[in-house]
Write a protein that binds this ligand. Structure first.
Ligand code: ADP
Length: 192
């Protein structure tokens, strides 16, 4: 199985590149942000819980996030591979993912980190906020907090997989196709 963690700060282009990866590699895409927004849209207990954190640009607690992710993977037993988008965002999430995949006799193939300068991120997120309907993209202080959380907590996940030689940094500025080219090269080198 091709199990790819698509990694990078908010606004780094994970969703855009995930679409191209689905097309080329035919693998399942799981975005924890999208899953939370779906639950929020349906006012489920999980959605209401997630909203408390997302509205402030904070991380939803690990136990909630990990359970939701595992349910989604279990609901797709025939997947040939998975793009994990927005997960893991903490070390406990990464550890839980490793244990979970091991139980399924598989593992993380690669972590691809989109590297984009901070000023560019804020610019892109505010622009997305004009049309996306996402409240967390409209407020500069919430955006700043999300980037801060990425730096202080999430970036450690890069080092965690780097220690086992699985992390690759991708230059995330350029055209969508140029960036996708770098992603494809990294995937083709790591697998198949
Ligand atoms: P972005 O990467 O653009 O910030 P996402 O859609 O991936 O957007 O995530 C939006 C919000 O959802 C995050 O700010 C966070 O509150 C919550 N979230 C998503 N994934 C996770 C996760 N793995 N752990 C905790 N919270 C998460």
């Amino acid at each position: 199985m091709l199990n790819i963690i698509l990694f990078g700060p908010p606004g780094s282009g994970k969703g855009t590149q995930a679409e191209k990866m689905i097309e080329k590699y035919g693998i399942l895409h799981i975005s924890t942000g999208d899953l939370f927004r779906y639950e929020m849209g349906n006012n489920t207990p999980l959605g209401l819980k997630a909203k408390e954190y997302m509205a402030k640009g904070e991380l939803v607690p690990d136990e909630v996030t990990i359970g939701m992710l595992e349910n989604k993977v279990n609901a797709n037993p025939d997947a040939q591979g998975i793009i994990f988008d927005g997960f893991p965002r903490t070390i406990p999430q990464a550890e839980a993912l490793d244990v979970f995949l091991k139980e399924k006799n598989t593992e993380v193939t690669l972590l691809l980190a989109l590297d984009v300068p901070e000023e560019e991120l804020t610019k892109r997120l505010l622009k997305r906020g004009e049309s996306s309907g996402r409240a967390d993209d409209r407020d500069e202080s919430i955006i700043k907090n999300r980037i801060q959380v990425y730096k202080s907590e999430t970036s450690q996940v890069f080092d965690y997989y780097n220690q086992v030689g699985k992390s690759v940094s991708i230059h995330g500025v350029g055209t969508i196709d140029e960036i996708f080219e770098s992603i494809s090269e990294a995937i083709d080198q790591a697998c198949c």
